[in-house]
Design a protein around this ligand. Structure first.
Ligand SMILES: N[C@@H](CCC(=O)N[C@@H](CS)C(=O)NCC(=O)O)C(=O)O
Length: 202
């Protein structure tokens, strides 16, 4: 069995849970919890960066981050499923994933500003700087989104990113980019694994 260490609420962890479910790999995976804040944690032993998700393979090799794990899942599923083999399509899908991951990075940093720094040290220009990344990415996605009828690392990451913004509300994307509301509605019918991996309480 492989071991996937993540919380249910991590949007990067959700990418991996979603991909595994979509590709029919869940019966080969044991889920383990993760705690990013605990000093002597399994997460920090498995990944010095202390970031989830981490996947431990059957041979004991540890792989991270979520992009590498999705690459491995695609390989296990025979290849060319969630990462196309065609080069142009592959570059497009990987770039869509990078954009959504970048939004999640900025969104996570906004959450951490509240979690790790006392209120009097919250720095609005820094929060606006991160929010600017999110808003520019969403504006571009609203104009040129990935095809919501396809399940690949680009659409998986985009959906997990929107789900995370729904939960933590760093920006009100449903009001500012209604095209993406339709996009997500279509994608959740394409990929039931999205709703199936929603964190309880998220
Ligand atoms: N590039 C990484 C990002 C992972 C990440 O930022 N995970 C967050 C949780 S959503 C985390 O573990 N944060 C703890 C920390 O940064 O110390 C990936 O794609 O897996």
């Amino acid at each position: 069995m492989m071991i996937l260490r993540t919380t249910d609420t991590s949007p990067f962890g959700r990418k991996t849970r979603m991909a595994a479910l979509h590709l029919g790999l869940m019966d080969r995976i044991t889920m383990e919890p993760a705690d990013a804040l605990e000093a002597d944690s399994a997460l920090r032993r498995e990944n010095p960066l202390g970031k989830m998700p981490v996947l431990t393979l059957e041979n004991g090799r540890r792989i991270y981050d979520s992009r590498v794990i999705l690459e491995h899942f695609d390989h296990l599923a025979g290849g060319g499923s969630i990462i196309p083999k065609d080069w142009d399509a592959r570059l497009a899908v990987l770039t869509a994933q990078a954009l959504a991951d970048g939004v999640m990075d900025a969104a996570v940093l906004i959450v951490y500003e509240g979690r790790h720094r006392p209120a009097e040290l919250h720095h609005k220009p820094w929060l606006d700087y991160q929010r600017g990344k999110i808003e520019r990415a969403l504006a571009q996605l609203a104009i040129a989104p990935p095809d919501p009828k396809q399940v690949n690392v680009g659409t998986i990451a985009t959906a997990c990113m929107l789900g995370y913004l729904d939960w933590r509300k760093q920006v009100d994307w449903r009001a500012t980019t209604p095209a993406l509301v339709d996009w997500l509605a279509t994608f959740r019918t394409t990929a039931p694994a999205f709703d199936a991996t929603e964190a309880s309480g998220a």
